[in-house]
Design a protein. Sequence first.
Length: 242
Amino acid sequence: MAYTFQRPMPLETQIDDTFANVIQHVYLWMWLGLFVTALVSAALVYTPLFWLLRYVLAVPLLFYALMFVELGLVWWLSARVYKLAPGTARMLFLLYAVLNGVTLSVIFLVYTASNIALAFLATAGMFGAMSVVGYVTDLDLSRWGGFLLMGLLGLIIGSVVNLFLANSTLDWLLTYGGIILFLGLTVYDTQRIKRMTAAALRSLDGEETVRRVGILGALRLYLDFINLFLMLLRVTGGRRRR
């Protein structure tokens, strides 16, 4: 009997093929998360709960408490995603999307629906372009991590300081700086998903780990999209409601 020897698929080819599957999974869950957030935000506007929420979130302590709950959930999910069952990680991701939808519903008090739609379309175009760059580039962007983290910390600190200063010039510097930052994070995180996929393929439970990478990648890109959207909304929002 004759046997035909088949050369094993090179690891780089495996990584490319698996990454294509992972990125589809990532975008599926990212867009599902965005849909849930948008649905919750829009639905709240047409319920009495929205007006109650308006007064609740007007209390700084309650607003920041909700924000810390969201940040805590993101931190916990990011730290535990490799230990959670994929189904549990997905449920927690959707829970975060719901909480974010509740918080973001207040933008309907500030901006018109057309302003929000314009900012969303601009975000989708810019996010898509930067994600493609991260997908196809051969440059090693791992060195960006430290600079992007410092930029993110600077943005957070500057935003907190400007809550007390209320300086319009600093506000716009933070806004445009934030747009550049989250565009950079989109490129960086897309390539990082590829590196995480490569590491997962080398692990003992590669298939299970790849599924977890998909959820973590969806969370990262979801956060990049939401923050980029909020920054662009401040630029394209035009005249605000009184």
